[in-house]
Design a protein around this ligand. Structure first.
Ligand SMILES: *[C@@H]1O[C@H](CO)[C@@H](O)[C@H](O)[C@H]1NC(C)=O
Ligand SMILES: *[C@@H]1O[C@H](CO)[C@@H](O)[C@H](O)[C@H]1NC(C)=O
Ligand SMILES: *[C@@H]1O[C@H](CO)[C@@H](O)[C@H](O)[C@H]1NC(C)=O
Ligand SMILES: *[C@@H]1O[C@H](CO)[C@@H](O)[C@H](O)[C@H]1NC(C)=O
Ligand SMILES: *[C@@H]1O[C@H](CO)[C@@H](O)[C@H](O)[C@H]1NC(C)=O
Ligand SMILES: *[C@@H]1O[C@H](CO)[C@@H](O)[C@H](O)[C@H]1NC(C)=O
Ligand SMILES: *[C@@H]1O[C@H](CO)[C@@H](O)[C@H](O)[C@H]1NC(C)=O
Ligand SMILES: *[C@@H]1O[C@H](CO)[C@@H](O)[C@H](O)[C@H]1NC(C)=O
Length: 392
């Protein structure tokens, strides 16, 4: 029996040694240390009021061997008693630990999983410096700036196009600034619980159909099931993207080769589409003198006319070869007119001869009353066959 008792005592001593060595953070400690904290995780909003304390108790509720029990906060501040009240105004990283000392097993402790969170002051979206305008098919970078949020490690950034989320081509790591009073150079958001400025950068490629699209970003604080539900989030105001693209000349109005008839100037219309609106310029050799009016050129000389359209993105050109054509239409028309006139003259001539003949005959017929043989003789002697009396 004595041997058994001493063995039991030894095992208790060993356990207490292990507990104090492991400092209450190892799995063996949480198994063996009879401390229980209610609630075991606290998620508290910055500057919230009327909070309930975290309470440290023993399970099973056997306080006979307990010598003392207290809360330790930070690097040594202690508060006696079982309750701990969070300071929601200042204390971003208290790391509260409940410590209990027992007469037999010694000291053991248990930390409280505590998070003081702060929703951002502002969330804004902007293009990354150096890519102020989006160019079609070129990488474009957008940045989401979230100011004064805590804890930065729990921030998740979501991106929206219109009202729908999208996963960008590439997503940079979350960057934080303002690790005060800690060193800025070694700023790991996982180590800093105080409010930080967080920024997230993404890369996307756009095309002309995206012109005018609205992009926005949203910061969400994911604090786990013990945190507020739904998780607090904040949306930026939208950013209207303008997509630049190179000019395209509408060649349906501008064939490669255009014939021009002498004396009839041809209209060359150079129309180009692009963003920003391209500048149109006609180039031609100095010996031709077309009339220029805006994007339209009135040409009457043969030559190469070069329309160039340029904007910030690119510059393109389209050459038009104007060839001179002799115009045979007036010649043909003249020929036709002359022919018509000639034929008319011929017909008139023939008709006038015929008409003259008929007239003379009628005169002779209208004089039958005289009825002299002499007059009959004057008419070829064939008058006798006509019934002259009826005609008169
Ligand atoms: C605190 O609780 C959260 C959510 O349950 C968990 O993700 C985190 O690891 C815990 N922190 C520690 C130090 O145990
Ligand atoms: C986005 O808005 C359009 C119309 O405004 C609506 O039809 C669509 O369902 C919305 N999408 C989401 C994901 O809310
Ligand atoms: C966070 O950003 C805001 C706005 O840009 C600025 O006024 C503030 O000083 C920044 N804070 C830190 C800690 O960098
Ligand atoms: C900043 O870092 C330097 C050297 O890395 C160190 O000496 C100094 O104490 C640090 N300051 C703070 C506020 O942590
Ligand atoms: C332009 O981009 C949208 C969305 O990114 C895509 O659906 C569409 O097919 C693209 N159009 C062209 C012509 O590439
Ligand atoms: C963005 O575009 C919408 C319409 O698509 C317009 O109502 C809004 O004023 C624009 N915002 C800016 C900042 O130009
Ligand atoms: C080119 O011009 C024609 C005539 O105005 C028009 O029908 C056509 O849509 C234009 N093409 C393009 C690509 O703009
Ligand atoms: C037309 O202009 C472009 C530049 O504007 C030039 O590269 C090209 O050689 C010109 N073509 C002719 C035939 O001059």
């Amino acid at each position: 029996m004595d041997v058994l008792n001493s063995l039991r005592l030894l095992s208790v001593l060993l356990t207490s040694q292990l507990l104090s060595l492991s400092n209450g953070t190892g799995p063996s400690a949480s198994l063996e240390c009879p401390i229980e904290i209610t609630p075991d995780r606290m998620v508290v909003r910055y500057q919230s009021r009327g909070l309930r304390p975290a309470i440290c108790t023993l399970t099973p509720a056997d306080y006979t061997h307990l010598k003392e029990m207290y809360w330790q906060v930070g690097q040594g501040d202690t508060t006696d008693g079982m309750s701990w009240f969070a300071d929601t105004d200042r204390d971003w990283d208290p790391r509260p630990v409940c410590i209990a000392t027992f007469s037999v097993i010694g000291t053991c402790q248990k930390p409280l999983n505590f998070t003081l969170y702060k929703t951002p002051d502002s969330v804004s979206i902007r293009p990354v410096v150096g890519s102020s305008s989006a160019v079609e098919q070129r990488e474009f970078q957008l940045q989401c700036d979230i100011t004064s949020v805590a804890p930065a490690a729990n921030v998740a950034v979501r991106w929206y196009r219109g009202n729908e989320t999208f996963e960008p081509l590439r997503r940079g790591p979350l960057r934080v600034t303002g690790c005060q009073p800690e060193n800025d150079t070694t700023c790991d958001p996982r180590d800093v619980r105080s409010p930080l400025n967080v920024s997230s950068t993404i890369s996307i490629t756009l095309n002309r159909t995206d012109d005018g699209a609205e992009f926005s970003c949203e910061a969400q604080l994911d604090l786990g099931p013990e945190g507020p539900l739904p998780p607090p989030n904040m949306m930026s105001s939208p950013f209207n993207v303008t997509v630049y693209y190179k000019p395209v000349i509408n060649t349906t109005k501008l064939p490669k080769t255009i014939p021009v008839f002498r004396g009839y100037p041809e209209e060359l219309v150079c129309e180009a589409e692009g963003q920003p609106a391209p500048k149109i310029q006609w180039l031609y050799s100095s010996d031709v003198v077309p009339r220029e009016s805006g994007d339209t050129l009135f040409v009457s000389d043969a030559g190469v006319y070069n329309c160039s359209a340029s904007n910030q993105v690119d510059s393109i050109y389209h050459e038009v070869n104007v060839i001179l054509k002799e115009d045979y239409l007036p010649l043909i028309a003249g020929f036709v007119a002359v022919t018509v006139v000639a034929i008319s003259i011929v017909f008139l001539f023939i008709y006038s001869i015929y008409y003259k003949n008929t007239k003379m005959r009628r005169y002779s017929l209208k004089n039958p009353k005289v009825d002299t043989p002499s007059s009959n003789v004057a008419h070829n002697g064939c008058d006798m066959q006509f019934p002259m009396t009826k005609l008169s």
